[in-house]
Design a binder for this molecule. Structure first.
Ligand code: KMT
Length: 180
């Protein structure tokens, strides 16, 4: 099961869970309402044949895909990349990640009160972060994740670090979550 929770404010190791005390879990359907993030659980053993991933790709027009593998051995400029992933930012397009191995945390801002919600992803989780959402990513203490990345058209990975409040993607994002 994918799980999500409001984070504590400690600046200890980003790879730790960072639960509040007492923990404050957030149901995935509340994450959807609060942030516009979408989530599917797919079967990592059968997704190539069972049609679920193909249907999502077709419905959403994802015609580009590649794979990112994040570990000290596999990712060139690993330390530098991790810092970039963990700096709060937004993109002008959706961020789509399907985890095929390993695990990690996507942190997203609750659009109402700006608190961090931490979403733990592991093999089988397909997460779509909407364009304009402030977010960041970190590995957990297993230090390994492998994920497919999808995109509509030529991929644009540019992160815009916060503050990016005046960007059209940010305005459109806020309008879309407020109408939820
Ligand atoms: C990226 O841009 O590739 C990322 O967000 C890294 C996390 S992918 C599991």
């Amino acid at each position: 099961m994918v799980s999500a929770w409001y984070m504590d404010d400690s600046d200890e190791d980003q790879r730790l869970d960072h639960h509040k005390n007492p923990p404050q879990p957030v149901d995935m359907k509340d994450v959807v309402n609060l942030t516009g993030v979408l989530h599917w659980k797919l079967n990592v053993d059968t997704y190539e044949e069972d049609g679920m991933l193909d249907k999502i790709k077709k419905d959403r027009g994802y015609n580009y895909e590649d794979v990112i593998e994040i570990s000290p051995e596999k990712l060139p400029n690993y330390e530098e990349k991790l810092k970039i992933f963990f700096s709060e930012h937004l993109h002008t397009d959706e961020e789509i990640r399907f985890v095929v191995a390993g695990s990690g945390f996507f942190d997203v801002r609750d659009a109402k009160n700006d608190s961090w919600i931490r979403i733990k992803v592991e093999a089988g989780d397909l997460l779509i972060l909407p364009a304009g959402i402030y977010h960041r990513f970190t590995l957990d203490s297993s230090n390994y994740i492998k994920a497919k990345r999808f995109f509509v058209g030529e991929p644009v990975w540019t992160p815009y670090n916060r503050p990016a409040d005046e960007m059209p993607a940010r305005h459109e994002y806020l309008a879309s979550v407020q109408s939820n």
